[in-house]
Design a protein around this ligand. Structure first.
Ligand code: URP
Ligand code: ZN
Ligand code: ZN
Length: 587
């Protein structure tokens, strides 16, 4: 392991025990289901206590978080570090990529093992572990791509879900014809395998055959520049595939997670599917589509336009970013990732004269949280609890890392962000920590960023100074049969609410109809750090998991003031919500 030379005073992982203790004082703790004014005590990489008047051993380092929010570290469930694709290799490796993640407040990433067609999935998995294990600055897990189909692939999927490998999710591609794409028959087989293994199926939803044909026609018509990319794959091409993926998932009785949803049409297709089918459907979107738009493909500079090429593409409809933010707020979408897959100018130039050869991918792992805060919380569309849900807690639940990750609570890993809602900065490639020489959010002013980032108890962003340690992160095994996806695995696990009737669409899969109602006064209170705390969280409706004996706080008779009665502190109201969380909106 090496320590970042920029500022670290720590000389390795064997830090003396007093240095393993940390108290974050006077902040407002934000989880997906509530906020409270509380101190957080951390020891040996674990959150030991959350509350007031804590008894702390001498020699403990104290961070004053007055006026700041103390949140679970972000989880970016979609990165591609050191990915070889389209004749190039993405330039953010597992060191630079996770370092940038930490700088932006993300403390766990989930990367994708993507085997070549015909390659053993296990061999590809081992390659990924070899690339990542010695380099990661924060914890990471792996999804595995099912890029071809055969009985041996089915076998290897099963092996990968064993404890030895710890994989619980597989990504299938409906695009990238002749590379990673599966046909519908193969996709159904892969989804059935996921159901049998109680793993989570993910799809890249775009119609690869239509794209291939449109590319031929555009090139023949002389359209060779980056503007050809979005023209070859419009919203309909994404929405059709979302619909088809949902139909196939229903046939396979498989829960489904649709990665990088980039358009209003695709969200609509997902919502329609939720009204008619039973296995849960999750939607992920990207920082890219919240923070920028498809107008950049018309930029005369090849470098600029090509830097924005990703799939599905940014959309020309200027109302898309706002619609995506609203979909995240109202639980039409559950997760925001980055799909960080960065290529230098020389790599993007592989597609000069033929847009189909531009390596696909953009940055986002560092700026994901600040971009969403700026576009969603500062505008009053989302409250801080929902921000935590979509940037961290929901991914932890869906990929079975909860509550080890995604929560500030005694017993959880000490992955914590002290978020300064007033910190102002301008995003730029000149100052970002990523390896890539371009930033798609260049010049954007954001208000709200991390001041401290604690990774497994180690202060890795220290009052704005980045002090990561290469290799400090560890691989996280993700067990299958996630209770938030598949229901009840073990005796003693909290029961799901009553199962849905086969005739009535389950609320678990139905949109709650965009019922967020931003309360700007309350939001200002959150940010001003007033001493009286209330949950203040958006409450998308839906079926949720409940701990035994817990009241159902979705019930309309619930009142914050009644909850306050009987609590022994006036400044800290702990709203005890189901583990699904009032604003996580998953169930
Ligand atoms: O353009 C993208 N999204 N590049 C990364 C590969 C993928 O499809 O996720
Ligand atoms: Zn994809
Ligand atoms: Zn991706």
């Amino acid at each position: 392991m090496t320590i970042d030379t920029t500022a670290s005073s720590v000389s390795g992982i064997n830090i003396k025990s007093s240095q393993n203790r940390l108290l974050i004082k006077n902040g407002r703790v934000v989880n997906d289901d509530g906020m409270e004014d509380a101190d957080v005590y951390i020891e040996d990489g674990v959150i030991k206590q959350v509350g007031r008047n804590l008894i702390i051993p001498g020699g403990t380092r104290t961070i004053d978080a007055t006026g700041k929010l103390v949140m679970p570290g972000g989880i970016d469930p979609h990165t591609h570090f050191e990915l070889e694709m389209m004749g190039a290799k993405s330039v953010d490796d597992f060191y630079k990529g996770t370092r940038a993640a930490v700088a932006g407040g993300t403390t766990t990433v989930i990367d994708f093992v993507l085997p070549n067609k015909g390659q053993s999935l296990i061999e590809a998995y081992n390659n990924w572990r070899q690339k990542a294990d010695g380099k990661v600055c924060c914890d990471y897990a792996l999804h595995v791509g099912v890029t071809w189909w055969s009985p041996s692939v089915r076998n290897e999927m099963e092996m990968l879900t064993n404890d030895q490998y710890g994989v619980n999710s597989f990504k299938m591609f409906m695009a990238y014809k002749d590379a990673w794409m599966l046909n519908d028959y193969e996709l159904q087989c892969a989804l059935e395998a996921c159901t049998e293994l109680q793993a989570l199926a993910q799809v890249h939803a775009e119609n690869g055959n239509i794209i291939a044909r449109n590319c031929e026609k555009l090139l023949a018509a002389g359209v060779t520049g980056p503007e050809g990319h979005p023209r070859s794959r419009d919203e309909e091409v994404e929405a059709e595939a979302v619909n088809r993926a949902c139909v196939i998932a229903n046939q396979a009785n498989s829960p489904l997670y649709i990665v990088h949803i980039m358009s209003k049409s695709a969200i609509q297709a997902l919502q329609n599917a939720r009204t008619r089918q039973r296995p849960p459907l999750y939607g992920e979107t990207l920082a890219a589509t919240v923070g920028t738009d498809g107008s950049h493909y018309r930029n005369a500079c090849f470098r600029h336009a090509a830097a924005h090429v990703l799939s599905p593409p940014l959309r020309a409809d200027p109302s898309t970013p706002q619609a995506i933010v609203e979909a995240l707020a109202d639980d039409s979408l559950q997760v925001i990732g980055s799909d960080n897959c960065t290529f230098h100018e020389k790599d993007k130039e592989l597609g000069k004269g033929n847009f189909t050869k531009i390596p696909n991918g953009v940055n986002g792992v560092e700026d994901r949280m600040a971009i969403l805060w700026q576009k969603a919380v500062n505008t009053g569309v989302m409250d801080p609890c929902r921000f935590v849900a979509v940037t961290s807690a929901n991914a932890a639940k869906i990929f079975n890392l909860w509550p080890q990750k995604g929560r500030v609570e005694a017993g959880s890993d000490a992955d914590v962000v002290v978020w300064d809602p007033r910190l102002q900065r301008t995003i730029s490639a000149a100052t970002h920590h990523q390896a890539v020489d371009f930033n798609i959010f260049e010049g954007q002013e954001v208000v709200g960023s991390p001041q401290y980032v604690i990774v497994n108890g180690r202060v890795c962003l220290d009052d704005g100074q980045l002090r990561v340690a290469e290799g400090f992160g560890k691989f996280l095994k993700t067990p299958v049969n996630c209770p938030y996806v598949y229901g009840l695995p073990e005796p003693g696990t909290p029961p799901l609410d009553e199962p849905p009737s086969p005739d009535v669409p389950s609320p678990a899969h139905v949109s709650n109809g965009g019922s967020h109602s931003p309360d700007l006064k309350l939001l200002n209170k959150h940010l001003e750090g007033v001493s009286v705390t209330s949950s203040g969280c958006s409450t998308p409706t839906g079926r949720k998991m409940r701990e035994p004996g817990q009241r159902d706080l979705q019930n309309s008779t619930f009142s914050i003031s009644k909850e306050v009665e009987g609590l022994d502190t006036k400044t800290s109201v702990r709203v005890r919500n189901p583990p699904g969380g009032k604003s996580s909106g998953l169930w």
